[in-house]
Design a protein around this ligand. Structure first.
Ligand code: ATP
Ligand code: MG
Length: 366
C-alpha cells in the first residue's frame, strides 16, 4: 500500500472547475489501483484569497505545501485583483512558492496527441519534446527588485549561477535517460537553448551545459540559439527531445510549445525541486470562461498524471506508475477518438463532460 499526502489548491477563475474534473478522474483511478491511496486536502490561496484577506498564500497553507508529498495547483490570478503597487498577485505567489519549495526545474511536455489539431502542417511526423525551464534564476532573479532610475531608465538583472545551471542541466539529462526510445527516431538528445553568441551569462550557461553533458556520454547533446530554436520549433518540431534553457526563454518557448500541440487547454506542467514538487496546468485562470463549464480540464488532468509519475520515480512505486499511465493512456485514446473536443478544440464537450468520459473509459477497462 502506498499513501501520499497531496495538497490541492483550486485557486481562481476556471481553476476550481478544472480541479473538480481532475479529482473526479483521480477517484476513478484509485478504484482501479486499490493499492494506491491519496490523502487529498484542499486549501484556498490565490487572488480571491488576497482580495478577502490581504494575503495570497497564508503561512499555514505554505506549511502544508512544504509538508505534503506533492502539490496540485489548478490556476491562480485575476487581472482585477492587484497589490497596492499595481502588480498582479499571481507572479509573486508563484515565485514565493517556487523559492520556498526550491522548485528549480519547470517541465513542460510538448506532445501532440493523435486526434488533436496542430496549426502546423509540419506536425505530421509527430511532436514529442520537453521544454525544461530553469525556474529560480535567469532574468527572474531580480523579480520583485529591478531598478527604475528617475523615470528614464529601467533595468533587471539576469543571473546565471553555476549551481543553478548544473542542477537543471543535470535534470535535463536524467529526463532524457528516462525517455528511452523517444522521439520517434529513437534518439535521446538534450539541446541547450541560449544566446551564447551575444551574452556572457548565456556563454556561461552553455559552458556548464557542455561540462554536465560529459557525464552522460550515452546521450547526444547539442546547442542552439533561442531565436533559431523558435524557428525550428515551427519548421521541424519533430526533431527535438529535451530542450533546456534559462527562465525567461523557457517562459516564452513553452507558450510556443503549447500553441503547436493544441493550445493551453491541453498543456500540463511540473515544477520540480530536490525535496518538493508542484503540478499545474500551463494555462492561467481564463476569467471570461469561469463558471460556464466550458474550460478544458485536460491540462490539469495530465498534470495530475505527471504528479503520479513523479511520485512513482521518487518512491520506486509501481502503483503510482500504473495510475499515471492509466490516466495518460485513457486521455490519449479518447483524444484520438475525438471524444474530448471541448470548446477550445472546436467542439462542445463540457468540463464535467471530459471528466465523465474519462471516468467511464477507465471503468470500462476494469
Ligand atoms: P496567466 O497570466 O495566468 O498566464 P493569461 O491571461 O496569460 O494567464 P490564460 O488564462 O492562460 O491567460 O488563458 C489565455 C486564454 O487561453 C484564455 O482567455 C482562454 O481563452 C484560453 N484558455 C486558457 N486555458 C484554457 C482552458 N483550460 N480551456 C479553454 N481555454 C483556455
Ligand atoms: Mg500567460
Amino acid at each position: 500500500m502506498s499513501t501520499y499526502n497531496i495538497v490541492t489548491l483550486p485557486g481562481d477563475g476556471i481553476g476550481p472547475e478544472c480541479l473538480d474534473a481532475t479529482l473526479h478522474v483521480l477517484q476513478a483511478v484509485l478504484e482501479r489501483v486499490p493499492k494506491l491511496k491519496l490523502n487529498l486536502s484542499r486549501h484556498e490561496a490565490g487572488a480571491e484569497h488576497y482580495r478577502k484577506h490581504g494575503v495570497a498564500i497564508p503561512q499555514p497553507v505554505l506549511d502544508e505545501c512544504l509538508a505534503a508529498d506533492a502539490v496540485l495547483l489548478a490556476a491562480i490570478g485575476l487581472p482585477d485583483v492587484r497589490k497596492p503597487d499595481g502588480t498582479e498577485v499571481q507572479p509573486e505567489m508563484m515565485m514565493g512558492l517556487r523559492r520556498a519549495m526550491g522548485l528549480y526545474a519547470a517541465v513542460r511536455p510538448v506532445k501532440l496527441y493523435p486526434g488533436v489539431a496542430s496549426p502546423l502542417n509540419t506536425a505530421s511526423q509527430g511532436i514529442d519534446m520537453i521544454i525544461l525551464r530553469e525556474n529560480l534564476e535567469g532574468l527572474f532573479a531580480s523579480f520583485g527588485g529591478g531598478c527604475l532610475l528617475n523615470d528614464t531608465v529601467a533595468s533587471d538583472t539576469l543571473m546565471i549561477t553555476r549551481e543553478g545551471t548544473e542542477r537543471v542541466v543535470d535534470y535535463a539529462f536524467r529526463l532524457a535517460e528516462k525517455r528511452k526510445g523517444r522521439p520517434s527516431d529513437g534518439k535521446r538528445r538534450v539541446t541547450c537553448v541560449d544566446k551564447a553568441n551575444v551574452f556572457r551569462s548565456f556563454a556561461f550557461f552553455r559552458k556548464i551545459f557542455l561540462e554536465v553533458a560529459q557525464r552522460y556520454p550515452n546521450i547526444e547533446s547539442d546547442a542552439a540559439y533561442v531565436d533559431a530554436m523558435s524557428l525550428y520549433m515551427v519548421t521541424e518540431p519533430s526533431q527535438w527531445d529535451v530542450l533546456v534553457m534559462e527562465n525567461q526563454f523557457g517562459d516564452i518557448l513553452s507558450d510556443l510549445g503549447a500553441a503547436i500541440v493544441g493550445g493551453l487547454g491541453l498543456a500540463p506542467s511540473a515544477e520540480i525541486g530536490n525535496a518538493h514538487a508542484l503540478f499545474q496546468p500551463s494555462h492561467g485562470t481564463a476569467p471570461q470562461l469561469t463558471g460556464k463549464n466550458v474550460a478544458n480540464p485536460i491540462a490539469t488532468i495530465l498534470s495530475a498524471a505527471m504528479m503520479l509519475d513523479w511520485l512513482a520515480d521518487r518512491h520506486a512505486d509501481e502503483h503510482a506508475r500504473e495510475a499515471s499511465q492509466l490516466i495518460e493512456s485513457t486521455v490519449a485514446a479518447l483524444l484520438s477518438q475525438g471524444m474530448l473536443k471541448t470548446a477550445d478544440q472546436g467542439g462542445n464537450v463540457t468540463t464535467s463532460g471530459v471528466a465523465e468520459a474519462i471516468v467511464d473509459a477507465i471503468a470500462a477497462q476494469g
